[in-house]
Design a protein around this ligand. Structure first.
Ligand SMILES: NC(=O)c1ccc[n+]([C@@H]2O[C@H](COP(=O)([O-])OP(=O)(O)OC[C@H]3O[C@@H](n4cnc5c(N)ncnc54)[C@H](OP(=O)(O)O)[C@@H]3O)[C@@H](O)[C@H]2O)c1
Length: 332
């Protein structure tokens, strides 16, 4: 395993980490989730991602039981949660002080840990003043309930605003963003956030490296019943392979599969290694519904060197979606 620093913070994470969205609760109960996490940890994974929204809190509860079973020493791993979607009542959502504090306490209880290593604002909340969110995150840190905080899918200028408000009032700034990043979704990481890395020292914990499994090639000939897009509750994700855009994606996936074969690795590993090639990425959050998938995905860390300049050019030729640099973009 390789370990990377999260931006300019002092925190190191394994460059491949394990998330729980969809898989825990819907596909894996406590026993299997425990086995999956044990396997990841044995292979050097140190970061496990969660959110209050996943499985309406049950995903955190499963991870909490798994952590209890595993009895790992607390300073050998990191665990995160995210706050935003906690329930239907007005007090149960968003980034108000009320919800941030309640959601954090609930996550700690469900995960059965004394502190969260990273606590993310799962989306921006236009109804809460930024100072309220920033100051509450700072207070959660001084109370020892969280160690670092970050954002997920925030616009670049709002991340900068949060950092400048933190600086102005001497509060702890966010250190990390959690955006989607894969061969089909590049704009935020490669374009919109480009000033956040050097200027603000923001690190990235990126999600859905396989675009929910599409970048394994498993959907090229239809939707297998034993797959994420075949799950009754997640059929809505089929939008990813529908209409003109989805069909083009599958065509490109077929070409990428042929290229991966030529290079000598499976497409899932080529897709994950491609994310790791980007040095602004601190860790790639993996999803896996069984140990075989996880095992294969974790091997990607040893395959990055196979993606030579020549191979990267061939990938660009297939993707045709490199974000163009915008010379007029200004940091606020
Ligand atoms: N911040 C956010 O808004 C946000 C949003 C989404 C995700 N996330 C985080 O990112 C993590 C990873 O996202 P993701 O689960 O969408 O990642 P992903 O890698 O795009 O998709 C993972 C899914 O693809 C399939 N798969 C994975 N490896 C495979 C392999 N080798 N062969 C065949 N199929 C394979 C599995 O589904 P099946 O076996 O069921 O087909 C697996 O659950 C999440 O768990 C969560 O922690 C964050």
């Amino acid at each position: 395993m390789e370990y990377r620093k999260v931006g300019r913070s002092g925190l190191f994470l394994s460059s491949l980490s394990l998330g729980s969205w969809v898989t825990f609760k819907n596909q894996l109960g406590v026993r299997k989730a425990t086995e999956l996490m044990a396997h990841a940890y044995d292979k050097g994974v140190t970061f496990f991602d969660n959110a209050e929204a996943y499985g309406d809190g049950e995903t955190e509860a499963i991870m909490g039981e798994a952590l209890k079973n595993l009895k790992w020493i607390r300073d050998t791993y990191c665990v995160s949660s995210k706050v935003y979607w906690g329930g239907d009542k007005p007090t149960q959502k968003g980034l108000s002080r009320k919800h941030l504090v309640d959601a954090c306490n609930n996550a700690l209880k469900r995960l059965q840990v004394e502190y969260l290593d990273i606590y993310y604002c799962h989306r921006p909340d236009p109804d809460t003043p930024i100072i309220e969110t920033v100051s509450t995150m700072h207070h959660l840190i001084t109370q020892g309930k969280i160690l670092y905080w970050g954002t997920s899918e925030w616009p670049a200028d709002l991340v900068m605003k949060a950092r400048s408000v933190a600086k102005q009032y001497n509060y702890t700034p966010p250190i990390v963003e959690q955006p989607q990043y894969n061969m089909f979704n590049r704009n935020k990481v490669e374009h919109e956030y480009r000033y956040l890395y050097k200027e603000s020292g923001i690190g990235l914990t990126t999600w859905s490296p396989l675009e929910s499994g599409i970048l394994t090639g498993k959907y090229c000939d239809g939707v297998p019943s034993e797959s994420r897009l075949g799950l009754e509750k997640f059929k809505w994700l089929q939008f990813l392979i529908e209409k003109e855009e989805g069909k083009t994606k599958l065509e490109k996936t077929k070409k990428l599969m042929a290229l991966a074969q030529e290079v000598g690795l499976p497409l899932n590993q080529m897709s994950i290694a491609w994310c790791l090639k980007n040095k602004n990425v601190s860790t790639v959050l993996l999803g896996a519904s069984n140990i075989e998938q996880l095992d294969s995905n974790l091997e990607s860390v040893d395959k990055v060197d196979l993606l030579t300049d020549e191979v990267m050019i061939k990938i660009e030729e297939i993707l045709q979606n490199k974000p163009e640099a915008d010379p007029d973009w200004k940091a606020h």
